[in-house]
Design a protein around this ligand. Structure first.
Ligand code: COA
Length: 415
């Protein structure tokens, strides 16, 4: 079976995490992703957080599957010429250099358009145009500047960043959508365009509900589903809401059997209004079904702490998996807190290709997260990441270079 992006060639100038997540997704959908790296060094993550001496790190291998790697010094005059040929050969150039790096290399948008007017140039930057546009940015900077950190954590503690890499991988996802959209528009216009995904914007997009709450707070001075209600106070900005659900259905994380020794013996429990009677029956508080202080969602809002404490008495008698099974029988929304160990061992995630084991010639077998987006006509076949420069000769030959020319370029330090 073919792949959705068969025939699309990506000149992959990405490094670290945000850009590589984007191009890995495109590779999973079938694009030919040619990752350009500096000889002798490569993407800095190849050597970061290494767990096997001299082997590409998991940081690198888990973000660069299904790609080809070539080495090229784009500051070398001969290397620049190779890059020009690559630009003419490819459909999309993806980069996440610090602002201005591509221009400093001599490859401005105008120059790229001269070389290939159909080229789509897609960039991740920390910030969009404005006071911070020249700043270098990493994941947690984006989480802080995009509104996530100020709204994560508990009210009595400092801002907290999340483990989910919403700044890097989140922005990579946004960029991938921008690229396929630009490819679609190119079918009509025949022209390439610039695609920009700023990490601050991507994080804010994912924090949209908190800007919703900011405006609700300004109008009403209170957020009744937040844990600060009814006894705490609200300031001018959306406060940190602990584990409150953030939606119209109150939720909280509750202890389960074994919580004293297992840091992940917890369950997320949602008191969804349509199943309130079932929750009451299950925990033995049948009287709450008709008691006016508990019978309606609004009546329950000032009593959520008491309600969740009562439900917790019930969950603490069961493991998170027992609770999950029982609650799902009654259609009560809930979710066990799964550790990474449990996820790595989860057979159903293996069966769907969401967790995949691949073999690497230097490091051996490793687990990676497969394509979370499943297309029925474009199945993903997850492959290992390339070694540095593994495909240089192959790609150079496809560009029309003879083996003598390749040797000469190598001797000149261009590739
Ligand atoms: N040949 C020659 N030079 C190359 C090259 C190649 N194949 N690949 C990269 N370079 C050069 C660049 O041209 C740049 O040179 P310059 O500074 O002289 O212009 C240099 O390598 C370093 O690039 P830079 O992007 O500045 O790397 P950095 O390690 O200093 O910064 C980041 C890293 C992530 C902070 C920065 O790239 C950034 O802010 N990117 C945008 C936001 C982003 O994606 N952040 C998240 C990363 S997960």
């Amino acid at each position: 079976m073919g792949k959705a992006l068969d025939g699309v060639r990506i000149l992959d100038f990405t490094h670290v995490q945000s850009g590589p997540t984007c191009t890995q997704l495109l590779a999973w959908f079938g694009a030919d992703v040619i990752k350009v790296e500096r000889a002798g060094a490569g993407d800095i993550t190849r050597e970061q957080l290494r767990d096997v001496p001299d082997a590409d790190s998991l940081y690198f291998t888990m973000l660069n599957g299904n790609k080809r790697s070539i080495t090229l010094d784009t500051k070398n005059p001969e290397g620049k010429r190779v890059l020009e040929t690559l630009i003419q050969h490819c459909d999309v150039l993806v980069e996440n250099f610090a602002p201005g790096a591509l221009d400093r290399m001599g490859f401005t948008w105008e120059r790229i358009q001269e070389l290939n007017p159909r080229m789509i140039v897609a960039s991740v930057k920390g910030f969009g145009p404005g006071p911070y546009e020249d700043c270098k940015v990493y994941e947690n900077v984006a989480q802080c500047a995009g509104g996530a950190a100020s709204t994560t954590g508990f009210d009595d503690g400092p801002p907290v960043v999340t483990g989910a890499q919403i700044g890097d991988s989140g922005t990579g996802l946004h960029l991938a959508l921008g690229i396929v959209t630009a490819l679609y528009q190119r079918v009509q216009t025949g022209r390439g365009q610039k695609v920009l995904a700023a990490m601050q914007d991507g994080v804010l997009n994912l924090c949209r509900v908190k800007l919703r709450d900011q405006q609700r707070l300004e109008r009403t001075n209170v957020l009744k589903e937040y844990p600060q209600y009814p006894n705490g106070t609200f300031g001018e900005a959306v406060p940190r809401a602990g584990n409150a659900s953030g939606g119209g259905q109150p939720g909280w994380i509750l202890k389960c059997k074994g919580w004293e020794t297992d840091p992940n013996a917890y369950i997320y429990f949602i008191t969804q209004a349509p199943v309130w009677d079932r929750i009451c029956n299950l925990i033995g508080r049948e009287e709450w079904i008709s008691d006016p202080d508990y019978a309606t969602p609004n009546a329950r809002l000032p009593r959520l702490k008491e309600i969740f404490a009562e439900i917790e008495h019930w969950t603490m008698q069961r493991t998170k998996f027992e609770a999950m099974e029982l609650l799902n029988k009654y259609d009560i929304p809930c979710g066990p807190i799964l550790s990474m160990k449990e996820i790595a061992e989860d057979q159903s995630l293996r069966a769907t290709g969401t967790i995949v084991e691949v073999d690497h010639p230097v490091r051996g077998k490793y687990l990676t997260v497969g394509n979370p987006i499943k297309l029925s006509d474009s199945p993903t076949d997850v492959k290992r990441s390339p070694l540095l420069g593994e495909h240089t000769d192959e790609v150079m030959a496809e560009l029309g270079y003879s083996s003598e020319q390749i040797s000469a370029l190598r001797a000149a330090g261009a590739i």
